[in-house]
Design a protein around this ligand. Structure first.
Ligand code: G3I
Length: 399
């Protein structure tokens, strides 16, 4: 504990730490026996003083995490953290197309139902993720990373309509926000050449249609466009800006833009606050939807394996500084309605599988112990307490 505190002081400054002497400074642990006892001792949905969800609720900000059904309700330590710390959850995989419609017209909502049920029992809102995405499509729909299909253009259109209506309709009134369309642009700002883009005649008009169908199926959900690397000023961010500006002008039912915020310390910190404010000024909500901060990690005992330990103290400090800035960016933008981290512990993050040699990207370590990053963002939330409640936490009313 004292070691962790001194790491934080090194990053965010002594004044900040001294100003935030709240219960949030106690780093929570979640060993399995302790987690079970803690969970059993309070009713589902009860708010634990000093938790991230308690601190965030004082400003109306929603704080969330991505969850998986192989751990939620199965692993006591994981489940305890999810329900104690977060008031919003996002299914990391089980609402994706390949999972819910593995064969055409045959739906399997088992995992998605579990998550929605768990959220309701624990007083959490659900960010639905995601209705239209080129990745993780079932084989009957597309191959080659969502770029080729055996279906005709009309069949693709019909399948998208049916899929959006079926999934958004099933959870009508129970999803707070949907990522309706995910990752529709390339880094250079050109539209991704997905089967959707092609089926609509090489046009991004599928995006407007998807939002309209989602709105028809669930009028009370906030509807988001979601993407990565749009935190940085550049052609991709500009392309998304132009798109959502056009959608607003066309009265397409869009409520917000999700900035995934998958960051790495090897790149500079993005101009996130200014970018989110620019989008918010279009009359949209904004959110950080998949926050993680990866860095280079120490090698493991066996060649080719890696630990979840940052390569040096400097790597760790930089991660903490990045987390601090992601949270402050959201706190400083009035229309930033939610801040979601992409997983619970470093051991269940997608990062090591995709970026070998990088990791340590989340708030809890492999053993579910809170890291200094946790303290950094809880301090930010504590410092924001008592500021005006300016965020719209509920439904699509702000459209
Ligand atoms: O469930 C199957 C299992 O049955 C099979 O044996 C195993 C073999 O590889 O795969 C399992 O599926 C994996 C799935 O995660 C569930 O664990 C997929 O292979 C794997 O590709 C998939 O990765 C997910 C990835 O999206 C897919 O592109 C990550 O967990 C998830 O964190 C990641 O999340 C995305 C967001 O949805 C969108 N933004 C970027 C973000 C990170 O890539």
């Amino acid at each position: 504990m004292s070691v962790r505190r001194s790491l934080v002081i090194g990053t965010v400054g002594l004044a900040t730490v001294l100003a935030a002497q709240t219960t949030a400074l106690a780093l929570p642990s979640a060993d399995s026996a302790g987690a079970q006892a803690a969970a059993a001792a309070r009713p589902p949905g009860a708010i634990v003083e000093g938790s991230l969800r308690a601190l965030a609720s004082t400003t109306g900000l929603r704080i969330g995490t991505a969850v998986n059904t192989d751990l939620l309700g199965e692993d006591a330590a994981y489940t305890e953290i999810v329900n104690r710390e977060f008031n919003t959850i996002t299914p990391e995989n089980v609402m994706k197309w390949e999972v819910v419609e593995p064969q055409q017209g045959v739906f399997d909502f088992t995992g998605a139902d579990e998550i929605v049920k768990s959220a309701q029992a624990n007083g959490q809102l659900v960010r639905g993720h995601t209705l239209v995405w080129h990745s993780q499509l079932p084989a009957w729909m597309a191959t080659n990373g969502g770029t080729t299909t055996t279906l005709t253009d009309q069949q693709v259109k019909d399948a998208v309509k049916k899929h959006v209506q079926a999934e958004a309709g099933r959870y009508k009134g129970r999803i707070w926000a949907w990522d309706v369309v995910n990752e529709a642009f390339n880094e250079d700002g050109t539209p991704r050449q997905s089967i959707f883009y092609k089926a609509w005649g090489n046009s991004t008009d599928y995006i407007a249609d998807a939002f309209r169908w989602a709105d028809q199926a669930d009028p009370s959900a906030k509807l988001f466009y979601n993407d990565y690397n749009i935190e940085y000023t550049g052609p991709k961010s500009q392309a998304v800006y132009d798109l959502v500006k056009k959608l607003k002008a066309q009265k397409v039912p869009i409520d917000g833009v999700g900035f995934q915020t998958h960051l790495s310390t090897q790149y500079g910190f993005p101009d996130l606050q200014a970018t989110m404010q620019r989008f918010a000024d279009l009359g949209l909500d904004v959110a950080e939807t998949e926050v993680d901060v990866r860095t280079a990690v120490k090698p493991g005992a066996t060649e080719g394996t890696f630990t979840s330990e940052p390569l040096s103290a400097l790597h760790a400090y930089t991660q903490q500084a990045y987390w601090d800035q992601t949270m402050k960016a959201c706190l400083f933008v009035q229309r930033c309605v939610s801040y979601t981290v992409w997983g619970v512990a470093d051991s269940n993050s997608w990062i090591p599988g995709v970026f070998p040699g990088e990791g340590a990207a989340l708030l809890f370590d492999d053993d579910y112990q809170a890291k200094p990053e946790y303290t950094v963002i809880s301090q930010d939330l504590a410092l924001a307490a008592g500021k005006a409640r300016h965020r719209t936490g509920e439904g699509s009313g702000g459209r």
